[in-house]
Design a protein around this ligand. Structure first.
Ligand SMILES: Cc1cc2nc3c(=O)[nH]c(=O)nc-3n(C[C@H](O)[C@H](O)[C@H](O)COP(=O)(O)OP(=O)(O)OC[C@H]3O[C@@H](n4cnc5c(N)ncnc54)[C@H](O)[C@@H]3O)c2cc1C
Length: 284
């Protein structure tokens, strides 16, 4: 992108109006770190949304609402009961990048290496989208939102305003694995899982498992989830369930597709083991 002009609206309706009027010549700017990856040189006007009061994290109705312009570093530092989003954030890029990158920027245009979508799919998050002063707010679930590249949703001036992440319940645990070659490298595979255990039998009552990076676009793995339900959590089950993952694993950075699949299966099993351990610790 070639930034030719810079606007700093003072309200959501003003930002929406500017973006709608600009059409394809306008672009939302949050942290600005993704400009580096957008190689075309189309001249655009940047509409800065960082002064619209969309930053911060608050507890609300059994969950947490993360403002769209909240930097990843703030999510990494945040601590609260039944909260796990710091786990994935601490593994994204470097401190400097996390200080600037926002959650909204990470999930409004999903790059193949994006980690937040994987965690948000596992956590059953939902998004809040401002669609203009006369339209109702849109609140797609993570499953709906990540069913295709979300950037298409925002072409008409809509703005992602926040992300709602449910608090983990009793007997529910979260686990995630990100495999990288070096500390700040892009992910080779990212996996996240939430397991709910039955308090009486200890069996797996519910499971959400998602993967990204080693596949073209982040997605849930329902075949892994189905293989877990009603079973006693243990290492053998996790490996067996992981082997059911039916995703278009692709080779990259010197890895064959076959190795990518192996890495993903081992990572899924590890994320499930972490989630089960976490769930066992959380009796309340
Ligand atoms: C060197 C480097 C390494 C990185 N490594 C990783 C990594 O390993 N894992 C990872 O997950 N991320 C990584 N990132 C971050 C990621 O690639 C993006 O750069 C970042 O998440 C974008 O956030 P931003 O706030 O800077 O968004 P911006 O660059 O400001 O915007 C990104 C896109 O989203 C749109 N947008 C932004 N906010 C909104 C909104 N509220 N509503 C609608 N549209 C919006 C913009 O118009 C633009 O199209 C890395 C970044 C860099 C520079």
């Amino acid at each position: 992108m070639k930034l030719c002009e810079f606007l700093r609206p003072a309200s959501l309706p003003a930002a929406y109006g500017q973006l709608r009027d600009l059409g394809p010549r306008g672009m939302i700017l949050a942290g600005g770190t993704a400009l580096h990856f957008m190689q075309d040189h189309t001249p655009v006007t940047a509409v800065d949304i960082t002064r619209l009061g969309l930053s911060g994290i608050r507890a609300e109705d059994g969950g947490y609402v993360i403002g769209a312009t909240t930097p990843l570093a703030d999510i990494q530092r945040y601590r609260a009961p039944r909260w796990a989003m710091h786990e994935i954030c601490r593994r994204i890029a470097t401190h400097q990048i996390r200080n600037v990158s926002t959650i909204g920027g990470n999930i409004a245009r999903v790059f193949p290496w994006a980690d937040m979508p994987v965690a948000l799919l596992a956590m059953d998050a939902s998004m809040r989208i401002y669609a203009g002063p006369d339209a109702p707010e849109e609140t797609p679930s993570a499953d709906e939102y990540f069913a295709e590249q979300p950037a298409r949703r925002f072409l008409g001036g809509k703005i992602l305003t926040s992300v709602r992440v449910p608090a983990l319940l009793a007997h529910e645990g979260y686990g995630s694995v990100k495999v990288v070659r070096t500390a700040a490298a892009f992910s080779m595979v990212t996996v996240a899982a939430v397991l709910k255990l039955d308090p009486a039998s200890g069996a797996i009552r519910a499971a959400r498992v998602a993967a990204g990076s080693a596949i073209p676009f982040p997605r849930r793995l329902p075949e892994v989830e189905d293989a877990l339900l009603g079973k006693e959590p243990n290492e053998a089950l996790f490996l067996e369930a992981a082997s059911k993952a039916d995703a278009p694993w692709r080779g990259k950075e010197g890895m064959t597709a076959e190795y990518s699949k192996h890495l993903a299966e081992v990572s899924i099993a590890d994320a499930l083991a972490d989630a089960a351990r976490h769930a066992l610790e959380r009796a309340e």
